[in-house]
Design a protein around this ligand. Structure first.
Ligand code: AMP
Length: 215
């Protein structure tokens, strides 16, 4: 089961991909998470990526393609995976297709999670993450019990540097220009399903689960 979750920043890809991972027992692979981990570990890749990420622009294709190539070689991907945040450009999608072809594999499904721009901005500006364990919160939709403190581990909650409103608007434009063309790219291959990303987490998850269950 090789799946891509497409969608603008804030569409809920990360949260839904983690829920799908639990239910279908295949790993969620997020290039954003991998790049943030590299940044935190201060590796040369992380330091390089930081420049792009804090500006809200895309990290160069070669960098993320190499990351994904290595990740898809790991044993835990043999039963499938959910790609979250990759591919983000047509060149990345073409590189992925070549990678899969070379190992006799293919994509089974691409899901596009659709959410209006106004909702995306609301979701992203309220997003908070635990600085230690990575647990996700939202000021409005899923607040922590004590303001700015993680319910799970007690560490401080932080706002992602790229979740400031100005950067968000820019990231949404980058999405429209560079990533949205992938909807048509996969539509032409007949493997794209559009899913409304509005409603509660459970409602969206119900829609996704029923599609994935049919694979
Ligand atoms: P995300 O957590 O998926 O929203 O990604 C956060 C940031 O990481 C993006 O704004 C980009 O700077 C970078 N990034 C993540 N995935 C990719 C990708 N596939 N291609 C280029 N840049 C990426």
């Amino acid at each position: 089961m090789n799946i891509i979750l497409l969608g603008a920043p804030g569409a809920g890809k990360g949260t839904q991909a983690k829920m799908l991972q639990e239910k279908f027992l295949i790993p969620q692979i997020s290039t954003g998470d991998m790049l943030r981990a590299a940044k935190q570990a201060k590796t040369s890749l992380g330091l390089e990526a930081q420049k792009y990420m804090s500006a809200g622009t895309l990290v160069p294709d070669e960098v993320v393609i190499d990351l994904i190539r290595e990740r898809l070689n790991a044993a835990d991907t043999k039963q499938g995976y959910i790609l979250d945040g990759f591919p983000r450009t047509v060149s990345q999608a073409e590189a992925l297709a070549n990678m899969l072809k070379a190992i006799g594999s293919q994509l089974d499904l691409v899901i596009s999670l659709d959410v209006s721009e106004e909702d995306l901005v609301n979701r992203l500006t309220g997003r908070r993450t635990c600085s230690q364990c990575g647990a996700g919160y939202h000021l409005q939709f899923s607040p922590s019990k004590v303001k700015d403190v993680c319910d799970r581990c007690g560490a401080k909650l932080i706002q992602r540097e790229d979740d400031q409103e100005k950067t968000i608007r820019y990231r949404l434009k980058v999405y429209q220009d560079q990533t949205a063309p992938l909807v048509e790219f996969y539509q032409k291959q007949g493997i794209l399903k559009k899913v409304p990303g509005t409603g509660s987490l459970e409602e969206v998850f119900g829609r996704l689960s029923s599609i994935v269950s049919k694979l």
